[in-house]
Design a protein around this ligand. Structure first.
Ligand code: MN
Length: 302
């Protein structure tokens, strides 16, 4: 039996008037977290002339960080701490929600093809009420055994991201040459997830196809990847120390209890706590109604 668990994507419309569809691989029934990574949305390549692109109105977050990583296109980010940034391919944009932030994401008029991932990191209990923050980092690619690697968080292949994290974490884009095999040194205390954007890749002996997320548990100090195609493969490798806390995820919030979520929802609807996004032409997104059944805390699957 292989050590790798294959998590398949489901299509999810992002909502709003110009609904873009994304492929979601995390969370899902079989798995809530990989390290502190708790949300993996993968989209494109989307012709924005057809899809309408991305236009996400002001919305709030608590208890998490968002990572935007593009392969193609450009997204304009604005948030309630006053950040105004362009998200471009190969550049990390990490926003810390903490106690509460609001933001907008809009693909720019110059974008023709939109293609990338949106990832969330759960904050550990003692930091989940931390202040708002926004970090930008452009990793230089590292060339290792048939692979070009961009390390945006944590350490891999001799490179370390300068952007601090609240739990031990890894995030990297890997471009793997046609037919190439590469073996990477990994932290045996980490669990890992490999998202395949382009190509067909063997991860520790298990074949993954485009849009799959392969999961490998702790206890491995190397990870071998083989590109089974004769064109370049594009991958996103995520890793982290197992996140042992149980979390409640609802809409754009991560808390520990129903009360955390209900309070965040009412604070958003009453216009407090999250601050204001300036420069966006449109109304904030209203929160959906809370479900009538209690929200269930979810945690690690062993
Ligand atoms: Mn968001």
């Amino acid at each position: 039996m292989s050590d790798v668990e294959v998590l398949s994507a489901r299509d999810v419309p992002l909502g709003g008037p110009r609904a873009m569809t994304v492929r979601r691989t995390l969370p899902q029934r079989a798995r809530t977290l990989i390290g502190a990574w708790c949300f993996v949305d993968h989209y494109g390549p989307d012709d924005v002339a057809v899809s309408g692109g991305m236009d996400v109105a002001p919305h709030p977050h608590i208890g998490l960080q968002t990572v935007s990583w593009l392969f193609s296109g450009e997204i304009e980010h604005r948030d309630s701490m006053g950040s105004h940034a362009m998200v471009r391919p190969g550049e990390l944009n990490l926003m810390t929600g903490g106690h509460g932030i609001s933001h907008t994401e809009v693909s720019t008029p110059s974008t023709t093809i939109l293609h990338g991932v949106q990832l969330w990191v759960a904050l550990p209990g003692r930091h989940r009420d931390t202040g708002r923050d926004f970090r930008h980092h452009v990793p230089a690619p590292v060339r290792v055994g048939g692979a070009d690697i961009r390390v945006f968080l944590g350490s891999l292949a001799g490179d370390t991201s300068p952007v601090p994290t609240f739990t031990p974490l890894l995030g990297a884009e890997i471009l793997l040459d046609p037919g190439a095999t590469t073996t990477l040194e990994t932290d045996a205390g980490f669990e890992h997830g490999l998202l395949v954007d382009q190509g067909a890749v063997r991860m520790a002996g298990t074949s993954l196809h485009a849009a799959d997320l392969g999961y490998l548990g702790t206890g491995h100090d190397t990870l071998t990847l083989t590109n089974e195609t004769n064109s370049r493969a594009r991958l996103v490798l995520l890793g982290g120390a197992p996140f042992e806390e149980r979390i409640v995820m609802w809409w754009n919030f991560i808390g520990r209890s129903q009360e955390d979520i209900a309070r965040a929802r009412s604070d958003w609807m009453s216009g407090t706590r999250f601050g204001e996004v300036k420069g966006y032409d449109g109304d904030p997104l209203p929160a959906p109604e809370l479900p009538s059944v209690p929200l269930k805390p979810r945690g690690r699957v062993r």
